[in-house]
Design a protein around this ligand. Structure first.
Ligand code: PAF
Length: 283
């Protein structure tokens, strides 16, 4: 496995792979890798011949007051994980490489970024879409891999790629969960064992949503009320939002008709946790 710190270095390695006819996959990450990331790398190894994992804690997607400074950066452990998972190159640039001057050029996706986390993290998605555009321009992958856990991010990036005719495919991989249902996230590292147990109610609330839909309930307020009750059983959970939105437009819906996304964001102790499920009542 190679380690590239500079844009020139990763570009030249991708160029060599491509000239050998290889299909290039990119797994963009902010490091602090876990089994969720490993599943993305494994999907990339399966679908591509040359896999680049980027590790970059992107300052432009953190809102003031968020955890940019203390975001975990265990580079040595991350490199080991990448190597074991079959990565060809880790691209881990410095902030100066990625943003050599004040950033005054942004890529923004409208509408899809207004609901869900967009309401609470102004500027977050603009930072994500800007850094992903930069990574796509630097690495020029055939396929980039994202996790379903960050459903809004994945939908926003897919739309950006379509709207801007970017020549790559976006693959969205399933959420990986702890045995108690808690979605795996780098921010779970902030939780105590008790808080991890408490956080299981996030997925319980989403399962309740699915059960109610399977039982024929279509009114979203009715479902959200029951989901809220499950989250409120745990005093350490502070609810940011519980939303059921159209899976394409991400707008709130009153009644579930086709494909919908049920999404939850909560704070537990120092961590903000998000999770979601996709439901399809048209089937
Ligand atoms: O999901 C993440 O880890 C980040 O938002 C991403 C896609 C790597 C962009 O910084």
């Amino acid at each position: 496995m190679e380690f590239a710190k500079t844009i020139e270095s990763v570009r030249s390695q991708v160029k060599a792979a491509r000239s050998g006819g290889k299909k290039v996959g990119l797994v963009p990450t902010m490091g602090a890798l876990h089994v969720g990331h490993i599943s993305l790398i494994e999907a990339a190894v399966e679908k591509c011949d040359f896999v680049v994992v980027s590790i970059f804690v992107n300052p432009t997607q953190f809102v003031p007051g968020e955890d940019f400074e203390k975001y975990p950066r265990p580079l040595e452990a991350d490199l080991e994980i990448c190597k074991k998972a079959g990565t060809d190159v880790v691209f881990a640039p410095t902030p100066e490489q990625m943003y050599p001057a004040e950033n005054i050029t942004w890529v923004s996706v409208e509408k899809l970024t207004e609901s869900l986390c967009g309401q609470f993290r102004p500027g977050h998605f603009r930072g994500v879409t800007t850094v992903c555009t930069k990574l796509f321009n630097i690495v020029a992958p055939d396929i980039a891999f994202f996790g379903q856990k960050d459903a809004q991010q994945a939908i926003v990036i897919r739309r950006m790629v379509a709207d801007l005719n970017m020549p790559l495919e976006i693959v969205i991989c399933p959420t990986v969960r702890e045995p108690n249902g808690l979605a795996i996230s780098s921010r779970n590292k902030y939780l105590t064992e008790q808080q991890k147990k408490d956080a299981a109610n996030i997925y319980k609330s989403l399962q309740k949503c699915r059960q109610m839909i399977d039982a024929g309930v279509k009114e979203t307020t009715e479902i959200i009320t029951e989901m809220r009750k499950i989250l409120q059983q745990v005093p350490s959970i502070e609810i940011e939002y519980i939303s059921i939105v159209d899976a394409e437009t991400l707008r709130n819906i009153d009644r579930i008709a086709g494909k919908a996304l049920a999404a939850v964001a909560v704070k537990i102790g120092p961590a903000k946790l998000i999770d979601n499920i996709l439901v399809d009542v048209s089937k």
